[in-house]
Design a protein around this ligand. Structure first.
Ligand code: CTP
Length: 392
């Protein structure tokens, strides 16, 4: 169960969106607004969306000793918005409503999403309070600049609901990859033909980003080398952006020595135009155009050739079946020939997998043997890939 505390600020109107995200992710949520929060959003909204009663004072549920029960049952307490007053009361250890009492009694991870006027955020009192809470292990999310209540704008907006939900997920995760460095490539390379055209592929980068996000959420230090990735990458992941296969290779080789795990999820163009034209290729009345392509380096093979002791390298195999052999059989051959410690085999017949939110993959060992099949969201596949790579 997660406790969602809601402070009495204008950003409270965004709390129902966060509640929705948390319940849709499968969490049971108990909403604990401060009495002031109910000036902005009614209890009925929270009750309808959470499916649970909403209580604000310590005396309403006195017989059940709500604050102690909630504090003990919570796996995480997230406060969104956390107002200056609420932050001050919690920093001082006050417990004058159910939310502050719960915050004081809980031993679960606490995440605060502060939201207030810039002047209040920058006041030395608020700054000192937030610093003290951070020191105590509370996760304090950034309050980005933007439009505030009234005509003003500046720092003090509440973090986006999706970002707060992601912070909750991180807080719930076992930190079993702390101390490990993970290097992930994602996306699809683009090989320029001329200043406006390229040879590319339809990889969205979602699976690689999901692996990077999962590794970071489990405490690893993560670098993502992103080739034309369009999807958002969590803040906890360091991103190096590249375009072509050669740039991808350079960026990966620079980081490879430090990595304990390398996941090569990018879809790399095997060939690039022999020459990229400096000006636009003209039609010039031609009915056909012949392009000469030259081979790109096999980046995965290069990484495997210089693999250091204890380093785990994960390759991908995007295959289509043909008349003679299935996609899986092709992937098993590739796993054996390439020598990655783990190969994530996908069947991409008919454009499946690329750009989708779900994946259906078979994990193969160095000999091409099946470790396990995993079907589900790209986030589920990411966890399975990390578990298998680390023998968890
Ligand atoms: N890969 C790579 N460098 C390349 C091509 C692919 O590092 N020039 C990596 C991919 O990131 C992936 C694995 O190799 O982890 C397999 O990619 P895939 O495209 O399935 O296979 P290829 O090795 O390119 O073989 P083919 O296209 O002939 O099936």
């Amino acid at each position: 169960m997660i406790v969602l505390g809601v402070g009495g600020g204008i950003a409270a109107y965004k709390a129902p969106a966060l509640l929705r995200l948390l319940t849709e992710a499968g969490h049971e949520v108990r909403v604990v607004p401060t009495p002031a929060a109910l000036n902005f959003v009614g209890a009925a909204t929270f009750e309808a969306l959470s499916g649970a009663p909403v209580v604000t004072g310590v005396f309403e549920g006195a017989a059940r000793v709500d604050h102690v029960a909630l504090a003990a049952a919570a796996r995480a307490v997230v406060v969104a918005p956390a107002t200056a007053d609420l932050i001050a009361r919690h920093t001082a250890g006050m417990a004058d409503d159910l939310l502050t009492a719960t915050l004081l009694a809980t031993r679960a991870p606490v995440i605060l999403a502060p939201a207030m006027h810039t002047a209040m955020l920058e006041h030395p009192a608020t700054r000192a309070n937030l610093a003290a809470l951070r020191e105590r292990g509370v996760t304090v999310l950034d309050s980005p600049a933007g439009r505030l209540a009234g005509a003003d704008s500046g720092p003090g907006r509440m973090a986006e609901a999706a970002e707060i939900a992601a912070a909750v997920e991180r807080a719930l995760r076992p930190q079993d990859l702390v101390g490990l460095t993970v290097l992930v490539s994602a996306g699809g390379t683009r090989e320029p033909l001329d200043p406006v055209r390229f040879l590319g592929n339809t990889s969205s980068g979602k699976q690689g980003v999901a692996i990077a996000a999962a590794a970071a959420a489990r405490g690893a230090t993560v670098t993502l080398v992103a080739a034309n990735v369009q999807v958002p990458v969590p803040d906890a992941v360091r991103v190096v952006r590249v375009g072509t296969a050669v740039e991808l290779r350079t960026a990966l080789l620079e980081q490879a020595d430090e990595a304990d795990v390398i996941v090569m999820a990018a879809a790399v163009a095997d060939f690039r135009p022999a020459a990229s034209q400096p000006t636009k290729i003209k039609r010039d009345g031609q009915e056909a155009l012949t392009l000469q392509l030259i081979a790109n380096p096999d980046i995965l093979a290069g990484l495997i050739a210089r693999r250091r002791d204890g380093q785990v390298i994960v390759g991908f195999a995007a295959e289509t079946g043909d008349a003679e052999r299935s996609a899986l059989a092709h992937a098993q051959t590739k796993a054996r020939l390439k020598g990655a410690d783990l190969t994530v085999a996908n069947s991409v017949a008919g454009g499946a997998v690329f750009g989708e939110d779900s994946n259906d993959a078979v994990l193969l060992d160095r000999a091409g043997g099946i470790v396990r099949r995993v079907a589900g969201s790209k986030a589920d596949v990411a966890e399975a890939v990390l578990d298998a790579a680390l023998g968890i």
